[in-house]
Each structure stands twice: as structure tokens, then as C-alpha cells.
Write a protein that binds this ligand. Structure first.
Ligand code: GDG
Length: 470
């Protein structure tokens, strides 16, 4: 497979870019963006010297590009990043509008949150066309075009008249037909995606949902071979769960600097045990449900008052959408309510932080937390769950059964995030778990995380994609 790959160039396309340029102290600085995608694909791009095309969001992004909007990253010896420039109108219609107010809620089955504005759809089509035109300017024979995520669903269709081999990885859930069918432009979206040779999701249930939607559209489908035939082309659909850079996390966990920071955090909170959660501000992450569970936990198990602190970090996200601002206010009100109800002397039950930090700064929290509380009401995968397990030596993961990660991490305690009583009881169970049981569960989880890491994900994706042409 490697030999075959070496002859081809990889063109990666995503909405988010791997590096951005910003102004800092009157100079332009480059920043690598955190997250699974960059960590996983950047080393491969550096080795292959491929091309990455993405929306340039950094304030100084277009100060450093050449006439074709290209820049080498991370430096002159690196690969080419080609930036797409979006106008304010396109940003509002394509990104905030259709991507975040239609595709995101529908794929997460929050139908009532969708805003099916025709202008959003028009803008989504236009920006997908803009990406397609930019890709076509670059295409060489035999290129592999690897597209990412729900912002760019129409791209495979728009590239169908070129010779490019196209594949798409979908990072968020794929919903049941009952949710998907509400989108007035459902046919166009599916048609766009079905022009790809290969499609992959995190889990089998997303794969089945997708094949079922294709069937409802009138495609000829085969659930056992996972093949879809539509308008003369064949698409193979697979589940390939995204992994983390396990080695990196595991090594960092032994770094004395982080261990010291971790100890400082614990001392600062004057609590025996810490529970930790970190999420982007989003209704799919179940932050409000989690706070209900925490409230119930302190009420039902008062012996834990003054002994446990819950640390909730929230990273700003989609700040331009009003719904997200209202959610932030509700969360902060609930935090204040819990603190008002149980706080005693120096002890505060909930410590809440709003703001985004580099991934490394999450590490001490992952390390020191006795329990990670991940109660997403639905999630494609949830990398935080995996990162927590990778750095722990005796922690417990309490994980929503509705996160994609739950299908792969058997040793977590699984919970229905809407069941407040069960969340409270499971927190108690996790805190009471014996050291030997915790270690045993971790050992199993870490072995899996190590085997099915980010490199495994990337290699498996490429191998299965290339198999489509045999
Ligand atoms: C989507 C799907 C799927 C760094 N600083 C902060 C922060 N990070 C890093 C974390 C982690 C990543 O960001 C967040 O990953 P998630 O998987 O939780 O989430 P989404 O952003 O919702 O991503 C998701 C993923 O794509 C990959 O396919 O797993 O289901 O929704 O690596 O270390 N994260 C937060 N605050 C920071 O300050 N929350």
C-alpha cells in the first residue's frame, strides 16, 4: 500500500486549517491548531509534501501567502497550505448558517434547533463550489483528494467531472433518515456525497444510518458489503474510528513539569478528589445535563461534600450564534446555583473556567482527575475521553453511552446522560471503585488506544480507500 501511495499525491481538504497566522507584538506568528485532524495528518503531509486546502481564518493568514494564496507550513521545507478566503457574507451563510445551524443540529438529531434558511443553503453551495474550483486549479493526474467533514458534503459531486479519486471522512454522527429527511435539500447533499469513491464514519451505526438514507433516496444498496450504487457510480462506506496520538500523550504524562502542575491544581482546590470535564461550548456535549447530575450527586451523597471538587472547563465555540450565548448564560447560572447551595468554608463544589487553552494545558487536569465526566448527549467520537485514559494511572472514565467512543471503550462506566439519578449514582460508583479494578480497566483501555491510534486510523483509511480501485 505504501508503495502505491508514494506514487500519488495527497490533496487534503477541510474547512479548518492546520496552521494559522496571527499578529503578535507587531509581528506575524504561526500557530499550529490543536485537535485530532492536525496531529494525525500533519506528519504524513510533511513526509509526502502533499497539498492541504482549507479556509484561512487567521487574522494574518493572507499576509503571508503568495499570489496563489499558498504558504509552506510549518516552514519552507514543509508542505503547501492553500488558503481559501471567505467573505463575511460567506462566513455567515456557509459556516455559521448552513454548516452550524443545519448540518450540525440535524446530524446530531436536534431537529428543532435547525434553521432551514434558503440563503444558508445557497451560500453553502457557493462556498463548496469555491473550494471545488480551487482544488481543480491544482489537480494532477492520479491525485487522491481526501475531504473532511460536514462543511464540504457537496465537494465529491463537484469534482466528479475531474479525474480525481475522492474520499470523505465524516467526523460527526450520521443521523437516522427521520432526522435527515427534514433538510429540504437532502437529495442534493446525498448526491454530492455519493459521488465519492469512499466514505467513512466513526461507528457502524452511523454507517448503517447513512446506507439507509441512500436507500430511501432510491440508491441500490448492500448493507453487508457496505456498497452503494447510485447514478452509475459505486461508493464504499466503512467505519474507521479516529484514534489519538497515544505515544505523545503517554510520554507527556511522565513529564515532571506537567506532574508538578497537576499536584498544584489539587492543592489549590483543597479537595480529596477531583472530577474533570472539558468541552467546546455546545449543546451536544451535555454540559447542562452534567451539572444536574453533579447537583444530585452532592444532594444524594452528602458525605462527599467538602471532599470532591468538580472542575468544568468550557472552550468558546461558535460565539456568533445567539443560541450558544444563551446556553453559556444558563450554564453559568446553574454553576452559581450549585455553589450557592453546597459551598462551605474554603470548599467550592464547582470550579468553572471559560476559555480555550492549548492542548498541553489540559494535561495536568487529565492527570490529576480521579474521574472524567463525559456526558455528551451525542458525539461522533469524543477525543477527550481517549486523551484522559491515555495519561491516567488510576482514573475512572464515566462516559455517555451516546458518544461514539462508548462503542470502543468497554472499560468505561457507561451512562445515559439524561438519567440524572444514574449520573449521580455512577459518579459515586466511580469514586468508590477499588484501586485494583481501576487499574485493570485502564490497562485494557490503554492497550486498545495504543493499538488503534491515529496512525492506525490514517493507514486504515488509506488502505481501504485504495482497495476500492482493485
Ligand atoms: C468533532 C466531533 C470527534 C485543545 N484545547 C482545548 C481542547 N482541545 C482539544 C482536545 C481534543 C479536541 O480539542 C476536542 O475533541 P472532541 O472530540 O471532544 O471534539 P469536537 O471539537 O466536537 O470534534 C467529535 C472529533 O470531531 C474528531 O473526529 O471526536 O465527536 O464533534 O483533542 O484536546 N478542547 C476543549 N477545550 C480546549 O481548551 N474542549
Amino acid at each position: 500500500m505504501e508503495a502505491e501511495l508514494k506514487q500519488k499525491r495527497l490533496v487534503l481538504v477541510s474547512n479548518g486549517e492546520p496552521y494559522k497566522h496571527v499578529f503578535q507584538d507587531q509581528e506575524i506568528k504561526q500557530e499550529k491548531l490543536a485537535g485530532g485532524l492536525t496531529t494525525g495528518l500533519d506528519p504524513m503531509m510533511q513526509e509526502d509534501k502533499g497539498l492541504w486546502i482549507a479556509w484561512g481564518r487567521g487574522e494574518a493568514d493572507f499576509e503571508v501567502v503568495d499570489q496563489e494564496n499558498k504558504v509552506k507550513v510549518p516552514d519552507e521545507d514543509g508542505y503547501t497550505l492553500k488558503r481559501i478566503n471567505l467573505s463575511e457574507e460567506e462566513k455567515n451563510g456557509f459556516y455559521y448558517g448552513f454548516s452550524n445551524e443545519v448540518m450540525w443540529p440535524i446530524c446530531h438529531t436536534f431537529i428543532s434547533k435547525a434553521n432551514y434558511k434558503k440563503e444558508y443553503w445557497e451560500s453553502y453551495k457557493e462556498v463548496n463550489k469555491k473550494f471545488a474550483a480551487s482544488i481543480k486549479e491544482e489537480l494532477q493526474e492520479d491525485d487522491l483528494v481526501w475531504i473532511h467533514d460536514y462543511h464540504l458534503a457537496l465537494l465529491p459531486g463537484l469534482l466528479a467531472d475531474s479525474n480525481a479519486k475522492t474520499a470523505l471522512f465524516w467526523h460527526i454522527p450520521w443521523p437516522a433518515w427521520e432526522a435527515f429527511r427534514t433538510i429540504p435539500w437532502r437529495e442534493e447533499i446525498l448526491e454530492g456525497m455519493l459521488a465519492a469513491d469512499f466514505l467513512a464514519f466513526h461507528t457502524d451505526s452511523f454507517v448503517y444510518n447513512f446506507i439507509d438514507c441512500a436507500k430511501k433516496l432510491g440508491a441500490d444498496v448492500n448493507f453487508s458489503t457496505r456498497e452503494i450504487y447510485y447514478q452509475g457510480s459505486k461508493t464504499r462506506v466503512e467505519s474507521i474510528p479516529l484514534g489519538i496520538d497515544y505515544q505523545r500523550f503517554h510520554q507527556l504524562a511522565e513529564d515532571q513539569e506537567y506532574l508538578k502542575k497537576a499536584r498544584n491544581i489539587k492543592e489549590e482546590y483543597s479537595a480529596e478528589k477531583l472530577i474533570f470535564a472539558v468541552d467546546r461550548l455546545d449543546y451536544t456535549k451535555g454540559i447542562e445535563e452534567r451539572l444536574e447530575g453533579i447537583d444530585r450527586f452532592f444532594d444524594k451523597y452528602p458525605e462527599y461534600q467538602c471532599r470532591v471538587t468538580f472542575v468544568q472547563r468550557v472552550a468558546p465555540s461558535r460565539t456568533g450564534i445567539e443560541e450558544y450565548q444563551q446556553m453559556k448564560e444558563r450554564i453559568e447560572k446553574k454553576v452559581a446555583e450549585i455553589n450557592g447551595k453546597y459551598q462551605k468554608d474554603r470548599w467550592q463544589p464547582v470550579k468553572y473556567f471559560y476559555g480555550s487553552v492549548p492542548q498541553e494545558e489540559l494535561l495536568p487536569y487529565y492527570q490529576i482527575a480521579d474521574l472524567a465526566l463525559i456526558t455528551a448527549s451525542i458525539d461522533g467520537m469524543n477525543l477527550v475521553a481517549k486523551e484522559y485514559l491515555a495519561v491516567q494511572d488510576s482514573g475512572v472514565l464515566l462516559l455517555s453511552e451516546f458518544a461514539g467512543a462508548a462503542e470502543y471503550i468497554d472499560s468505561a462506566i457507561k451512562v445515559n446522560p439524561y438519567n440524572v439519578e444514574a449520573v449521580a449514582d455512577n459518579i459515586y460508583q466511580g469514586l468508590e471503585m477499588s484501586e485494583s479494578e481501576k487499574k485493570e480497566r485502564l490497562k485494557k483501555a490503554q492497550a486498545d488506544l495504543k493499538e488503534y491510534d491515529i496512525n492506525w486510523w490514517r493507514d486504515t483509511f488509506l488502505e481501504k480507500w485504495l482497495n476500492c480501485y482493485e
